[in-house]
Design a protein around this ligand. Sequence first.
Ligand SMILES: [Zn+2]
Length: 320
Amino acid sequence: MGRVTVSPYLEHPLLIDRQAHRRVDVDLATTDAVVASRGAVLMRDGRLMRVPGDAIRDATLRAFLGHEGGRGSGGERDRGGRDVGLVVPTDPDVDLASWIADGATLTPLRAVLGALTDDPDGQEDRELATTAVALAAWHDTHGRCARCGEPTVAVQGGWVRRCEAEQRDHYPRTDPAIIVAVTDADERLLLAHAAHWSAGRFSHLAGYVEPGESFEQAVHREVAEEVGIDVADVAYVASQPWPFPASVMVGFRARAASSDLTPDGVEITEARWVSRGQFAAEVAAGTLVPPPVGSIARALLEDWLGAPAVETAPDDVSDT
Ligand SMILES: [Zn+2]
């Protein structure tokens, strides 16, 4: 197994320079912005749209996402580019009607992740879309202070919500979840079917990290809980922001210490070992649906397979 690359941008510095020091004073009303609404972003012709900041009058949120086109927060800077914001329209049906009539679509983020190109333009779009959906989802559920219950207001360019009653600041949350590609002594991969997935969908075991445990301990616990086996040689592979609604997926590999699988019957209704040959044959026959393109689950799977997973059926991107 080689080094997993979910998408090259995840290993490199952000291409969008977030310029956090400018969040307090940037004029969001005049900054061109990407549009997010209910987990989807406005796309046209395979690219994430930027609309003029003043084109959407009524917004539930405006935020500063950073500076794009300068290619990065890393070493190379100041090669031009422009500011980019986020706007969440109060009524997308009204505010976006003219663009949608002109061929734009509100596209769910899962579909966006698989559709964007891996060139720098596509990578910038992916960063912006992921950040936009994550930030919008956080604001959507944090309108009140978790401590005193009073309303909160967005400040700091949309990166903080302040409880005015207590003068207390609340910051966006990201919940870590582990996902693990487990193999046995014969190099077979453990694939599981979750109760809420569509028929035929299989992927790795995954679950939230609980308070008081390390990522590695979460791997051991989740595998034991969901299929009843012990694992060894737990090793970190890669991670991916996964704002459905607020996660970062932390990817691991592990070796099974035994092979008798006992699905818990609640979260996991079926679990089995597949060889590379079995996997390729079932995917080609359409009886096994792998995780969607653009996900860390797909990258871990193709890392084990040693090749792209070629499907006959179109991607169903509705599953977690
Ligand atoms: Zn409060």
